[in-house]
Design a protein around this ligand. Sequence first.
Ligand code: ADP
Length: 353
Amino acid sequence: MTILRSRTRLRSPLPPVACAVAMAAIFAVDTLTDYAIAAAVFYTAVILAATPLLSGRAVIVLAAGCVALTLLSFFMTRGGSYEVGVINTGISIFAIAVTAYLGSRMMAAEAAAREAQDRLSRIARVTSVGALMAAIAHEINQPLAAIAASGGAGIRWLGQSPPNLERARRTLERIVDDAERASAVVGRLRSLARGEAPRREPFDLGAAVGEIIALSRDEIERAGIRLDLSIDEALPPVLADRVQIQQVVRNLVLNAVEAMAGTAAARTLAVAVACRPPQGVTLCVADTGPGLSAVAPEHLFAAFWTTKAEGLGLGLAISRTLVEANGGQIAAEAGSGGGALFRVTLPVAGGAS
Ligand code: ADP
């Protein structure tokens, strides 16, 4: 930035020439007229005009030159009252000094503002890269953990005597599924960060939700949660990016499981997919956890808002971005079972409900 500015200064010869001409003219008028005419105050105009093109030190040098010329004119002037000349010269020198001081302060303030602006845009860049990294880490953490767990289980099945090859084969299939999902999720997040539109195609939301529930069955069972799954028959296909919507379902299910972790009461996860004309197809994920906190509605979908010690506060922010990018809506409310209820509505393919 500084380099660019100084190059611009060197490349434009007109202002220094114009300044020199103006100073020579002021010097001539100041010398030729008598003491009563304080032509030297016009040096302030030269300083003001030149200040934006000069560094702080150059402004001081220019002001010193103007003061020297003012004094020289004073000694060379022959006509008029000497006392008036002293006063006018003093006023001119004072005006030149004040103008140079204010000009250099103005330039320093402008430089500070420019630097602050540069810093802000650097911070904005770093923050968006940081947010993308955090989002990717958040979204692939779960498939990676699942891959590690399946890998461990596979080793155990193979280590049995005789090895349980059928079980080992199933864990390997799960590893492949999770790895493919992680790779698809990263790909979609990267295209989202590049501002690309989602790959919207008609698909069966019920089947897509069913796949995620199957993937999450271990966590649901381990947490002692009863699953209440209801998928309407003959659902019209929705128009959205299947991978992105599955990501949203996964986030909502995991949040519900985590919300119920500390509940002593019966734990139930209710997942329902139904057609709700004219809005579209609706997915509801309800739990019997503690429900949304009083301040949650304001922050729930904001990035980095979390009430969990290990939370990142990105799951719902990413979910909202994905749902809205696919022309849908996501909302949260109090569930009838006392917990939270998240509702996602997606448009039907072809516009028919
Ligand atoms: P994280 O799970 O990392 O905290 P999220 O964006 O997924 O990030 O969630 C943000 C916050 O929303 C959570 O910390 C929690 O306070 C609240 N929340 C999300 N889902 C539920 C739920 N099912 N029940 C109660 N609170 C929830």
